[in-house]
Design a binder for this molecule. Sequence first.
Ligand code: ADP
Ligand code: MG
Length: 464
Amino acid sequence: MDDTCMTEVWKDFLNIVREEAGNRIVETWFKAIAFDRWDALQKVVYLIAPNAFVYHWVKKNYLSMIQLHLGRLLHIDMPRIEFVVHGVPKMIGTNGAERAVKVIPASVLATDGAPLQSLSKKFALCNPHYLFDNFVVGPSNSLAYAASRAVTEQPGLRYNPLFIYGKSGLGKTHLMCAIGNEIKARHKNATILYQTTDRFVNEFIGAIRFNKVHLFQERYHSVDVLLIDDMQFISHKEHTQEAFFHIFNALYESRKQIVFSSDAFPHDIDGIAERLRSRLTSGLVTDICEPSMETKIAILKKKSCTNGEQLSDDMAHFIASHGFSNIRELEGALVRITAFAALTRQQITEELVRKVLARASQRDAEKTVISFKKIVKGVEKHSSYTLEDLCSKNRAKELAEARHIAMFLMKKLTGKSLRDIGGFLGGRDHSTVMHGLQKIEGHIQHDSALFERVKKLENELVGT
Ligand code: ADP
Ligand code: MG
């Protein structure tokens, strides 16, 4: 088998694992492994692992999956798997003699060619516009604000860690960055690292893949203030949690300030190891709630001032009374209103506000009228599959296609995120949905019957 063929087999294998175990597993573990060669006669598949950690983990958890699927693709019944661990051969399931140590070219390990840029000394920065000065304080956020201020007075000494939680768009990132910016202004030499949990997870995955876990740890150990945003995304990521736990302990013991944000109270975040959860709550936990009418008005007035526009009290009140529960949406509405007024050279009046906001809410309504459930009902009607089938792990060809059609229509008709769609369809992650979308979009282009079927279903859904 030539190299191209091997690459194709490995790709197919990764796709199967992705469907079966989820993209996270593939990205964390399987992308770190390279397919070296196979011996059809001896029924041995040779794989390369970048380090002992990856080797042990994959062996312990995924050996039978590898044997099954890779074997099937290579037409070998349950092959023996042999790993080469960074130059040290490891045999699995055999008493055979060890192979000679193999030198692995770097290109084999960096399977997608991505260098580990994220481990450079470059730190993510706090958004410089998020300051205490332009944060409007009201009853919904006053405790979180006061605690954040206190943290900047004596970083690491009071309220460590500080954990701020609240729904999306209520100012958590703003406050975190305000802490970072304020400490930086007071202590020029302080190393402040603001990091989203998503990026933290990805960096960690990169570190494992490229055998740079020690660099990763070192980088985090060297900071004075660590701000970790959207901590809920660490849920169910056991290894990242473990790595984070050690970083936390090291920083905490050296009295470095740590601040977390999350969309939920630590006890309500699913899939967090107990020992990490107890660390998260060991300092001060404070929430941000939905703003009151007065706070919304104050925010509108403040934001409109910064934009150089004058918003009257009446208009601020009128806009605020439109039931925005989240400040990001409130800001968005203000931007649309001021832009519309400026472009059409009109004053901001009740009528104008009503017009702009009505348009936006009509758009939202059109998008959400078609719900996931309705789409699934449509798919059920046109195929023999039920919601339960669509959510299952079964990858039978026709079922997988029905599932992909559901994903496609969900994306097209609801505008919801891939994450939401995957969550609804049996807890699949966003890359699995992405993969499904790419598949169906590709098929539609070549298969006119399929195109017609999907179009018909879509018309029915939109028309009903
Ligand atoms: P979260 O991180 O909780 O989702 P953000 O911090 O991103 O929310 O806030 C969303 C937007 O609302 C940002 O533009 C932020 O500046 C603004 N914002 C939130 N709370 C306030 C506040 N109290 N005063 C002024 N602006 C705010
Ligand atoms: Mg945020």
